[in-house]
Design a protein around this ligand. Structure first.
Ligand code: TYC
Length: 122
């Protein structure tokens, strides 16, 4: 008999039964505990780009709505992007980052602003 857990933690292997006292409780099974293999998913920065046309208030609103920033933090990030050309709105797993980028770009287009958001490997 061979059994293994899906997470790779426990393996059991059939062994012949013996009369050894140290094997009294093993029910004929060798139990090996594997080292847990946990890998962190790659992370991505969601980046906002400056442009000359999007109103500052709109950028602040985007940062509040899509990145859960309060007004003060959103204003700081918006001013950073305005003066430095780009800035990080948040760091997420790939699917979440892709979804934020799509939502921000669609929202901007819907309001006819050229604001652009993109993602970079963190
Ligand atoms: N530069 C814009 C302006 O002067 C404001 C702005 C800030 C635009 C940040 C985009 O990501 C941006 N109205």
């Amino acid at each position: 008999m061979l059994a293994s857990s899906r997470c790779g933690a426990i393996y059991t292997v059939a062994m012949p039964k013996t009369n050894r006292p140290d094997r009294e409780h093993d029910h004929g099974l060798a139990v090996l505990t594997a080292k847990p293999e946990v890998v962190r998913p790659p992370l991505y920065q969601v980046v906002l780009l400056n442009d000359d046309f999007t109103p500052m208030d709109f950028v602040v609103e985007v940062l509040q709505v899509f990145f859960s920033m309060n007004r003060e933090k959103a204003t700081q990030v918006m001013l950073h992007v305005h003066t430095r050309g780009k800035g990080v709105c948040g760091v997420y797993t790939r699917d979440v980052a892709e979804s934020k980028v799509t939502q921000v770009n669609e929202f901007s287009r819907l309001h006819q602003h050229p604001l652009l958001c993109s993602m970079e490997k963190a």
